[in-house]
Ligand binder design. Sequence first.
Ligand SMILES: Cc1cc2nc3c(=O)[nH]c(=O)nc-3n(C[C@H](O)[C@H](O)[C@H](O)COP(=O)(O)OP(=O)(O)OC[C@H]3O[C@@H](n4cnc5c(N)ncnc54)[C@H](O)[C@@H]3O)c2cc1C
Length: 323
Amino acid sequence: MSVLIFADQAEGHIKKAALEAISYGAGVAAVLQTTATALVLGPVSKEDAAALGKYGAQKVLVASTDAFGHLDGQVYAQAVVQAAQSENATVIIFPHNPDGKAVAPRVAARLKAGLVSGATSLPDVTGGGFVVRKNVFSGKAIAGVSITSPLKVISLNPNSYPVKETGGTAEVVDFQPTVTAPKVKVTKVDKVVGEVPLSEAEIVVSGGRGLKGPENWGIVEDLAHALGAATACSRPVADSGWRPHHEHVGQTGLTIRPNLYIAIGISGAIQHLAGVNGSKVIVVINKDPEAPFFKAADYGIVGDAFDVVPKLTAAIKQLKGIS
Ligand SMILES: Cc1cc2nc3c(=O)[nH]c(=O)nc-3n(C[C@H](O)[C@H](O)[C@H](O)COP(=O)(O)OP(=O)(O)OC[C@H]3O[C@@H](n4cnc5c(N)ncnc54)[C@H](O)[C@@H]3O)c2cc1C
């Protein structure tokens, strides 16, 4: 018995969500009194793989063949299943990010394992059970999901479990799974460059229809720049073409859980809140004191964004000593 964690990487860089998954996997292993093994598919240096021991992995399997150059859910699932079988893993953990969402259900189907997607807690194994919590109904309620199958697959919601450095070291093992040729060919990759990636950002500054038009986004960007934050937006803003779709957060967009979410000119509709209400601190700037977002806010500023935001940015710059 062991716990296997799928630690996804991008261009050799292990993602923050993967470090959270490894810390969580080490927590699950402690609950089950077993060991945690991380699996990296794709190019990663031996040093970076060994460094995953710091987060609680005792062993790291690395498969760095060309087959894992780009995410192909079917090919990745074959590799994860073989790793699970070779490690005799009974619990397999993924980050609940695009890679994890593409691979976890396939692995669960292949192994006939129960799956909890978007878990937010360690399993409660009281009385021989295995119950994991997750948010449901757009974050309005929490469900305890019991997995009764012998093999269990969990995908961990981002920012639900802290990255914990335990100071351990990991044995790095070359892993060579037998996989079929990818059925998907990636012909072009368009990367967003020069910005803090939204899914990994600790601080997010987000704008809504209250900003009136794309020409006014300078105040959002200035504030984000002063804070070292990523920018986001509500859905109508992306639908209107004011901002790119990859910035749209909410039920039908990205789910984010930054430490600080600043919402400017956003009403706080339930579909928007579904993507951001896991943020640690929410600050709302809205000229309407009755805006629903204030009910979810830790701090609220009732005022005109065009007046408040430049003043806030200037104050932050002064505090940080930047011009
Ligand atoms: C199935 C479905 C899925 C959806 N998915 C999403 C989703 O994923 N994400 C999402 O965001 N929405 C989603 N929506 C849309 C959602 O219901 C709301 O319509 C949307 O979030 C509203 O966007 P908004 O707050 O930017 O605009 P509005 O609702 O128009 O609110 C604008 C706000 O700005 C304030 N304001 C105006 N002027 C100023 C000013 N000068 N200074 C300060 N404040 C000002 C107003 O008081 C108001 O509160 C979805 C809807 C449906 C039906």
